[in-house]
Structures are given as C-alpha cells and as structure tokens.
Design a protein around this ligand. Sequence first.
Ligand code: 1CP
Length: 363
Amino acid sequence: MAEQRAAAHPAAGRFDDAPFIRACRRQSVDHVPVWFMRQAGRSLPEYRAARGPGSILDAIAQPELVADLTCQPVDRYGTDAAIFFSDIVVPVAAIGFGVDVTAGTGPVVARPFRTKEDLGRLRPLEPEIDTPYVIEAVGILADRLAVPLIGFAGGPFTVASYLVEGGPSKNFTRVKALMHCEPGIWHELIERLCDMALASLRSQLDAGASAVQVFDSWAGILTPRHYAELVLPATRRLFAELADTHPGIPTILFGVGTGELLAAMSTAGSDVVGIDWRVPLDVARRRVGPGIAVQGNLDPALCLANWDVVAEETRDVLERAGTAPGHVFNLGHGVLPETDPAILEQVVRLVHAEGRAGVGAPS
Ligand code: 1CP
C-alpha cells in the first residue's frame, strides 16, 4: 500500500485549486465546473478525422492518439475536466476474455460468461503488463493538460452485464438470472470485476489522473433491494480500497435511471453521485444528502433542440442545483452523436457565467 502511495504521480495535488476538484469536495468555487460524459469521440468532426477506421480497441492502444482525442473536447469546449479516452471493457478485453467493440453495436463477447468454469477466464488485471498503453497515455496527458484528467472504470453490474449477456441488452434477463439463481457465482464474478476496476483505476491515478468515475451505467435496471444486496457491497469495497491507497482523490459514481437507487448509491463511498436527467437536481440533492456532491443533469436529447430551449433547460438545472457547494455540471448521460458541438460550447459559457452552486461560498 505504502509502495503504491509513494508511486503516485508527482502531479498529484496539482489541481487541488481547480473548480472541478473543489466542487467534487464540496468546496467553494469561482465558477461551476462543467464537463460532458462521452465528450470525446462522439459528435466531434476532429474526432472522426483523427480516429481512422478499425476497432476502437485498436485506437485505445495508441497513446499519442488517445492523448489527442482526450484533449480535443477540452480545447474546443473549454471544459473544466478531461475524460480519458478509453472504454469500460478495456480491462476484460486486455486479459483475453474475448471482447470486441463493434461499430454501431458496442461491446460484443465471443463466448459469454455462463457457468462457474467461466470464472477461470477472468484472471486479475496486471496494468503494467496488460494495459501499458493506458499508463503511457495518462502520463502524456498529465503533462499536457491544463485541467484535471478523470480516469474511469466500468461498475461491476455494467461490466458483468456485457460479459453475461454477450453484448448490449434491453432486458438484462441472463444477468438477472445469474444474480438470482447462482448467487455464489455472481458474487465471485463481481468481486473479480471490482478487483480489475480497482487495479485499473489505481494505475490511472499513479500515472497522473486527478479523479475517477465509476460508470455503473445500467445499474438502474435493478430494484433498490437487489442493487443494495447484490451490487452495492462490491462497489463499497471498490471505493474503500481505492481510498486506502489514494486518500483524498475525488471519486464519482454514475448510473442511468437510478432515481430509486440514489439513496443506496450515496452510501457507496464516492464523493460525488452522478444524476441522470430524470430526477430534478433539487430532488436528487435531497436523496443523496448533504455529504455528497452531485453531477449532472441536462437531458442529452434536449441538446439537439434550438439554443433557446437548451439555455432554458441549462438554467433550470443550475437553479435546481441551488447555491450550496458541490455541483459539477454535466449531461444526464453521454453526449449523443448527432449533437452540434456549437451548442455544447454555448452550454459551457452559460454554466460558467450563471452557475451559483458554491460560488462565493466561504471556503
Ligand atoms: O468505434 C467507436 O468510435 C465506437 C464508439 C465508442 C466510443 C467513442 C465506444 C463503443 N466506446 C467509446 C469510448 C468511450 N466509452 C469513452 C471515451 C470518452 C468519451 O467518449 O468521452 C467512455 C467514457 C466510454 C464509457 C462506456 N463504454 C460506457 C459508460 C458510459 C455510458 O455511455 O454509459 C459504456 C456503457 C460503454 C460501452 C460501450 N462502448 C461503446 C458503445 C457504443 C458502448 C455502449 C453500448 C450499449 O449501448 O450497451
């Protein structure tokens, strides 16, 4: 443990005064920070030009390209944080589970996880050996970026869902069957996925990331009881063990459709809980309680409307966020590919000019 702390990147702490880091810590800010989930690699023409053909997993393994793609939205929009260009299935793909990411579909698993024997295909992640390109790219970015870099990993339910379903899913029937019919196997599966996420997040932090987000995007498909019993304990361990080696690093937990899970998610141990667009931010603030910052939550679909509508909706989010510190402006889920980048540029300007959460509050 001490060894991992000693190995922390010299830039650790460099962004302690940055609005994004301060808002995660519920400290006062000079402006409300903003970044967008999936800000890289979706709607930007410069992304399409730089990315070239081939699987995204090939692009992710090229550190200079990854650094360029990560910087593009920061340069264009003026966001207060960068999200590392990678994917939540990178660790499982890197250990050879047989995952590809296909254009237009997303992650696809050649031999899905179905039985106890499949646990044998999930060995621990050794970041220096399995994903050295992640470490290298984060290192380049730590030197290049003028804003904090957010490292990330997939949450246990979401990554498990791809492995068990074999790809994107609508009803999550197979993964739910496994959770309920084979609780022992389920437990072992998500504990291993948490260990992999932990190893990956630690390697990103040691290489120079300043914060991390856990995307448990599809957890909202679960009932609150099943989330609390079958997913929350592993998620708690993930944040607790991360805090052991990297105390004080801001952490964010996000999922879609999690209105009924917010109370449980707020006990997972993250500093910030991401809120999708379905729950008004004032309601979300009450659900997560005063000790947790919130991130969100403009409806990404509304970013396709005209500017008057987008401005009104952005102002509504800012108003509902209130004046207490601890709001990171974001969309309620990722940027949609059809989004006009000029609209997001305007959103950033509006949030910086009019956001009030924590602005001028006593530090
Ligand atoms: O080749 C391509 O360009 C395919 C599109 C693409 C991209 C650009 C995929 C396939 N992944 C990514 C990059 C990616 N994925 C980032 C990079 C940063 C950024 O875009 O800003 C991040 C943060 C992710 C995270 C991710 N991947 C999540 C969590 C976030 C979310 O949107 O909920 C999930 C669920 C995935 C899986 C995934 N990878 C790709 C797709 C199309 C999907 C979703 C498939 C599905 O609907 O289940």
